[in-house]
Design a protein around this ligand. Structure first.
Ligand code: IMP
Length: 192
């Protein structure tokens, strides 16, 4: 029998990507599929905390096996900022352009441009919690390059590459991304 698993998102792209990795044994449900239209709180001060908060919300309110994710860009010279505040670094409104400009400004004159994207996934399965992490290390450019992707992609070059995430195809980025690495760990666990 197929195992039902809720992914606490309505992002169709994320759902499709993870569903194809998980294969036929898992029926992946979105928030819409379980009739959850709430604005699930994300008020923790760590990525793990937010992923746990979202997964617990689903488990407590719907009693279903589920998982949730949270991602941030962590810059070494800024002590890990913007981190958990990545989506609203330049203020509420999820404005990627403003977020990147603020970050580039805060990095002016700083030579250490090391940064990493980090994704935390919290899975609650049969009432037990499991946390997975995916990291991609790299560095920040001094100006934006490329137009694909989203968020901070135009100013991040992953280690071992010369292109920013925004200059890569979706396929290439999705093979090496922080999210892909965290999802791989989740899938390996579910398949085991
Ligand atoms: P979320 O947890 O996936 O919603 O990500 C939070 C924020 O981190 C987003 O609003 C983006 O600003 C940033 N972010 C997450 N993943 C990526 C990525 O793959 N590339 C660039 N920025 C990202």
């Amino acid at each position: 029998m197929k195992r039902k698993l809720v992914f606490a998102t309505n992002n169709a792209h994320k759902l499709e990507e993870i569903s194809s990795i998980l294969g036929e044994k898992v029926e992946l449900l979105s928030l819409k599929d379980i009739n959850c239209h709430a604005d699930i709180p994300e008020t923790a001060d760590t990525l793990e905390g937010n992923a746990i908060q979202k997964a617990e919300y689903i488990y407590e309110n719907y009693g279903l096996d589920c998982f949730a994710d949270d991602t941030g860009l962590e810059v070494e010279a800024l002590d890990g900022a913007p981190g958990v505040l990545s989506a609203r670094y330049a203020g509420n409104g999820h404005n990627s352009e403003a977020n990147m400009q603020k970050l580039l400004q805060n990095m002016q004159g700083i030579h250490n441009r090391k940064a990493q994207f980090r994704t935390a996934i919290c899975l609650i399965l049969d009432g037990k919690m499991h946390v997975f992490e995916g990291i991609v290390k790299g560095e920040l450019t001094k100006e934006k390059r490329g137009t694909s992707g989203f968020g901070y992609d135009p100013i991040f070059i992953p280690e071992g590459h010369s292109k920013t995430f925004a200059e890569m195809s979706h396929e290439t980025k999705n093979k090496i991304s922080h999210r892909a690495r965290a999802v791989e760990k989740l899938c390996r666990f579910l398949k085991a």
